[in-house]
Design a protein around this ligand. Structure first.
Ligand code: 3H9
Length: 698
């Protein structure tokens, strides 16, 4: 037996304690250790009942995701679950923490399940592009019926232990020590006072085949033409759980699992999961400890500032909101209140929680109110001079050691930091709108930012339930730089012959929730127009410049808010119609430049966009703006709608093949070298037979 499983026996009860930190993932050592220990307990004449319990913060939170895609190591999880299910002695699972995926499947194989109050249970496999492959699709519907089982497996969302009792897959909840409760029950079983099967009788849901098949049909209708295969395969498996004997059903599930786990979509979704966690690893900080933060100031109560304040309150911080005058302050506070109302109406916040959170916010017009703050986040409009002025003031009114953060999306963080007089305390925190919803924060580390300031920014993000990615200082950091490259590539295509509607359709077809022109309409075309006008004086005149966006703005087509942009919007609709007037503007612009339009296929649009994004990502890596390719991927997936099942631009470039994409870049560079020239990194990787993902572990 390995030390990941501890075994103790008393009063006829053997307790096997799983101990594989941090989340007891069911990796090969744990599987092997548990199977050995179980076999021994089963053979032990002094053992009449078995308790499975977990040490540390949680019962197994699933199979070990890092093992997927590698050669399978015996014993496999389905074998382990089968050993639990067929054990000749009663087995009780004592659950706590996050009982997810393979962890829940292990518990489902036991004869009884007790959970500690606060336990969360779920089957999130679908979010990884796979299905529960250790009996979950067979045992759960048999236990609770097809409909609720499908609900859990297709949503991937967890439920609380009390709800699991109502649904019928947890037998009882305790607010005491769950292991002791399970051992107490096991002792009664061992003493012959309790019979597990009689104590927890299981209804036979398969007897009502009509209800079962109706649930299957309605789930099939519900997923429609799902883009990924996993939901359809989950439904097939649940149907099989009715139609096939258990053994055959399990084999059917296993085959479906093996099909799915090898798909590129599942690989990309695993990459997404692991990349989000890898982003928090910051070896260059030399182990710097985060500073204490309990009170946070927010300067600016607009859309962004109020969203940030809302998110801070949800994370339990005290917040001081600063606005320049009483009217703006009440408007800012009202926005926070509205955000909270919305959270209450969606069931994400209780009424009591709302009141408690509201008691932690104060408002002021004077920056002096920030003298007690541990960290201040500035969220005023993107105006460098204004930000520098505010930082000069913040440097003066806050205590030394107070961290000063700017929520800029592309300005020079070093200049802003210098204005404060103590640049070591300054960091960029680039939130995404709406800040109370979006999970991403780019942590922009300036030349002078102290390591413990960066560590604090990451700790703050973690407490806010957000994912932080480290970025260096440059125009647009990681995300907005790649977004600019994306838009440049599509603007070239627009001028060359594609329509905005062709481009949007091609990108939605490729997996983005919206095309780039529909997104521009939503954000307002004037924002990027103002920026282009500001940069006009310094723009390199030899570079290709597409002025179609400018022409639209000049014609008053500022996007949805103006009722027209790249699309036309009827009074109350946010869904745009194609507009011949826009096509006319584009034709005129091409004629003015002497461009003869050519046929552009969807495939070309998709390839150029991917090549442009990955090439900008490669430049960002070369410049050290991003620490690793997976950080670029995380930013694009969480902040810019890059399809998660494609794993971000660097992962998608790996999947498409670096050599082919590099060759496309070289071809495109003949049209416009400055934009399309492949970064050196492509050649470095290709000649060593490597991929972007090989740089992630370094
Ligand atoms: C499955 O079970 C398939 C089966 O049906 C079939 C098999 C045949 N594997 O998130 P955190 C690591 S599919 C490996 O920061 P939190 C994570 O990478 C699986 N590693 O903590 C991180 O490592 P590091 C179904 C895992 O408190 C550390 O643990 N299960 C796994 O914010 C801490 O994680 C899931 O999909 C794993 N399964 O959240 C559950 N899980 O410190 C996935 C975590 O080196 N996990 N790690 O960066 C979660 O949802 C969250 O991690 C959890 C904890 C809620 C558990």
């Amino acid at each position: 037996m390995t030390e990941v499983v501890r075994r103790s026996t008393a009063d006829g009860v053997t307790t096997l304690t799983l101990d594989n930190p941090p989340v007891n993932a069911l990796g090969k050592d744990l599987r092997r250790g548990l199977l050995e220990a179980l076999t021994q307990a089963e053979a032990d004449p002094d053992t009449r009942a078995i308790v499975l319990a977990a040490a540390g913060r949680t019962w197994p939170a699933g199979a070990d995701i890092r093992e997927f895609g590698k050669p399978p190591a015996e014993p496999l999880l389905p074998e382990l679950c089968a050993a639990v299910a067929t054990c000749t002695k009663p087995v009780i699972a004592a659950l706590h923490g996050t009982v997810f995926g393979g962890g829940l499947e292990l518990a489902l194989a036991a004869g009884g399940r007790l959970a500690k109050l606060g336990t969360q249970l779920g089957l999130p496999e679908v979010t990884l592009g796979i299905l529960p492959g250790a009996g979950g699709t067979q045992r759960l519907p048999r236990l609770i019926g097809a409909k609720p089982a499908l609900g859990l497996m297709l949503s991937g969302l967890p439920v609380a232990a009390e709800r699991a009792v109502e649904l019928g897959f947890v037998d009882a909840v305790t607010d005491g020590d769950v292991r002791s409760a399970a051992e107490a029950m096991a002792r009664k079983i061992a003493a012959g006072e309790v019979d597990l099967a009689r104590k927890f009788p299981r209804p036979d849901h398969r007897a009502d085949a009509t209800t079962w098949l109706r649930a299957v049909a309605s789930a099939r209708e519900g997923i429609g033409k799902a883009r990924l295969p996993a939901p359809g395969r989950i439904i097939d498996c649940v149907e099989a759980a009715l139609l096939l004997p258990e053994e055959e059903g399990l084999a059917y599930e296993r085959a479906a699992f093996e099909d799915l786990v090898g798909t590129p979509e599942a690989a990309a979704l695993r990459h997404a999961f692991l990349s989000e966690r890898r982003a928090a690893r910051l070896p260059d900080l030399g182990g710097a400890e985060a500073r204490e933060v309990s009170t946070v100031g927010v300067v600016g109560g607009g859309l962004m500032g109020s969203g940030i304040a809302t998110a801070l309150l949800s994370a339990g911080y005290r917040v001081t909101l600063i606005e320049r005058d009483p009217t703006a302050l009440s408007a800012g506070l009202a926005r926070v209140a509205t955000n909270q109302e919305r959270a209450v109406s969606k069931g994400r916040l209780s009424k009591a929680g709302q009141e408690e959170a509201w008691s932690r916010i104060a408002g002021a017009n004077d920056m002096a109110a920030l003298s007690e703050s541990d960290l201040v986040i500035e969220a005023v409009p993107e105006d460098e001079e204004l930000k520098q002025r505010i930082f000069a003031e913040l440097g003066a009114v806050t205590r030394p050691g107070t961290i000063l953060a700017t929520n800029t999306s592309y300005l020079d963080v070093n200049g802003i930091a210098d204005a404060s007089g103590r640049p070591e305390d300054v960091v960029g925190l680039h939130f995404f709108s709406p800040a109370q919803v979006m999970k991403l924060i780019e942590v922009v580390v300036g030349d002078s930012t102290a390591p413990d300031v960066t560590a604090t920014a990451f700790a703050l993000a973690k407490r806010m339930g957000k994912i932080a990615v480290r970025a260096g200082v440059c125009d647009g950091f990681i995300g907005n730089r790649i977004l600019t490259a994306y838009r440049t590539a599509t603007d070239f295509l627009l001028e060359d012959g594609a329509s905005p509607y062709d481009i949007d359709r091609a990108m939605v077809e490729w997996g983005f929730p919206k095309g780039p022109y529909a997104v521009l309409d939503m954000a307002g075309l004037d924002i990027s127009w103002a920026r282009r006008k500001r940069l006009a004086a310094t723009r390199d005149p030899t570079r290709r410049y597409v002025a179609i966006g400018d022409r639209l703005c000049e014609a008053g087509r500022l996007g949805q808010k103006a009722g027209k942009g790249y699309y036309r919007y009827s009074d109350d609709s946010r869904h745009g119609e194609e507009d011949p007037e826009v096509l006319g503007l584009i034709v005129a612009e091409r004629q003015a430049k002497g461009i003869v339009p050519r046929q552009v296929t969807d495939a070309e649009i998709q390839t150029r966009v991917l090549a442009a994004m990955a090439n900008e990502g490669a430049r960002i890596l070369e410049e050290g703006i991003a620490a690793r390719p997976s950080d670029v991927d995380v930013v694009m997936m969480l902040g810019y709608g890059f399809p998660r099942w494609r794993g971000g631009p660097m992962q998608a470039a790996d999947a498409a093949g670096l050599l082919g994409l590099r060759n496309h870049l070289k071809d495109y560079a003949r049209e416009e070298a400055a934009f399309w020239q492949p970064a050196q990194l492509w050649d470095d990787l290709i000649k060593n037979g490597r991929k972007f993902s090989d740089l992630n572990s370094e």
